[in-house]
Design a protein around this ligand. Structure first.
Ligand code: ARG
Length: 463
């Protein structure tokens, strides 16, 4: 007996055209779910064995067959067929080739609808975990630079205009906060994905009293779905995954964009590693931050995925439609792109260095302590802030006209604008002192920055 033809003749694709087989097939994409699919089948077989639908002896044969398929897969020996449509039918067919008739029992009391939803949930939980690990690695390289640059002073910008002096570490910690929120989002995603669909069968529930606790225990789910119809059609967990990825992508693109600007000849705040920049084919002097520009572009494609996905699932009545088959391509692409962006960003940050002295000059040349001067008049001379603001604005225009920075203005020049000004004003001109003057816990005050560094060292388990 030809085992192969037997399984094919009893399955779903008897009369389809080759064109349709090609169009209908998802195996090129969902073969990636093979480990999850085998785990799901293995758990289901245990539940069927408990119900005596499958004997213990048969179960042993099936489990051995499944392990052997997994081994073939690891050795790259499996030949997937489009005629068998998807990963579920391919695995069943491989099993039939290996163990014969007993394989025909595995699909009792379940459907591909609950199978695919469960496989995809398991994959999403694994993918979220991997992405979290990569985010943590990125956070470690950022934290490392924050430690190296705890005392590096740079300008803080608003509207990309020099605003106030800050420490580079403070700036970098802002990214740790963003990526920390991404970790939390992936945790939320995991929590929502952690629901077992098995037992829902095609849509109405299974005719067999499958032991749901056994299924959950075997597949590491903490609970089962409450409603079988929701079970087979719920793809919200994919949306959470795509949203979490999209937010991480947004943070990555903010960071790339910033570092591209910082590495420009005009700022020179960031020296990108030669390993992550490329030369020009014609201009020998150039180093272009291509890695960062590519991250910036690729993160856009990641952000679009959640829209693409919600377009597929919107307007679909309950329950399963073949439209769902298109969902996996989107989450897989999103994962692959995000993973590579995270890995590249980790290494860019690790191997590049920040310029440690330019920032102080930029602050001085662009009057970054003007707010401190305005506060000097409020704190020491009891002038109202609005009046003080005007006086300092006039002083800054004067300094610009005379091509001076604030420390080059003599005390008698200052006093022409307001006679109460005394030498204490120079303490407020000083860029380093500006940082220590900050009073609030979230500020760039070196003490607060050092506290935050310690907090993240602990959070990221850095020894
Ligand atoms: N390959 C299908 C998918 O990915 C599996 C489920 C098929 N179910 C069905 N009723 N045709 O969605």
């Amino acid at each position: 007996m030809n085992k192969k033809s037997k399984i094919l003749s009893t399955t779903i694709n008897r009369n389809t055209s080759t064109l349709m087989d090609d169009f209908n097939s998802s195996i090129d994409i969902d073969k990636r779910l093979i480990e999850e699919d085998i785990a799901v089948t293995s758990a289901h077989v245990k539940a069927l064995t408990k119900l005596k639908i499958i004997s213990k002896k048969e179960a042993l044969t099936i489990q051995k067959g499944l392990i052997s398929i997994l081994n073939d897969h690891k050795k790259g020996k499996l030949k997937f067929s489009k005629k068998n449509e998807d990963i579920h039918m391919n695995v069943e067919s491989f099993l039939y080739e290996k163990i014969g008739e007993v394989a025909n029992k595995i699909h009792t009391g379940r459907s591909r609808n609950d199978q695919v939803a469960t496989d995809t949930r398991l994959w999403t939980i694994k993918a979220s975990k991997n992405l979290k690990n990569e985010i943590k690695k990125l956070m470690r390289s950022i934290l490392d630079q924050a430690q190296t640059n705890e005392k590096t002073i740079i300008p803080g910008f608003t509207h990309l205009q020099v605003a106030q002096p800050i420490s580079l570490a403070h700036h970098l910690i802002a990214y740790l906060e963003m990526f920390k929120r991404d970790l939390d989002y992936f945790d939320f995603c995991k929590e929502k994905t952690d629901e077992n669909v098995l037992g829902s069968a095609a849509l109405a529930g299974s005719n067999y009293n499958l032991d749901l606790n056994l299924l959950n225990k075997n597949l590491n789910f903490t609970k089962s779905k409450n409603n079988s119809m929701d079970g087979v059609s719920d793809r919200d967990f994919c949306i959470y995954f795509l949203h979490a990825s999209s937010l991480t992508a947004t943070h990555l693109s903010k960071l790339s964009s910033e570092l591209v600007i910082w590495s420009s000849n005009f700022m020179k705040l960031f020296n990108i590693s030669n390993q992550y920049s490329t030369g020009s084919s014609i201009m020998p002097q150039k180093r272009n931050p291509d890695s960062l520009e590519l991250i910036r572009a690729k993160t856009n494609t990641i952000r679009i995925k959640s829209l693409e996905f919600s377009n597929i699932i919107s307007n679909l009545p309950l329950t399963y439609f073949k439209d769902f088959q298109e969902d996996k391509r989107i989450i897989f692409d999103c994962y692959d792109e995000l993973l590579s962006c995270l890995k590249v960003m980790q290494d860019v940050i690790k191997k590049s260095n920040f310029e440690q002295s330019v920032g102080r000059d930029i602050n001085n040349n662009y009057y970054a302590t003007a707010t401190d001067l305005a506060d000097y008049l409020v704190i020491e001379k009891k002038i109202t802030f609005r009046d003080s603001y005007k006086i300092i604005a006039d002083i800054v225009s004067y300094a610009q006209q005379h091509n001076k920075n604030l420390s080059e203005i003599k005390i008698d020049e200052y006093q022409k604008f307001q006679k109460v000004i005394d030498k204490n004003i120079y303490k407020y001109v000083d860029v380093d002192k500006s940082l220590s003057r900050k009073k609030t816990s979230m500020s760039t005050n070196p003490k607060e920055v050092s506290r935050m560094i310690k907090k993240y060292l602990k959070f990221l388990n850095v020894k």
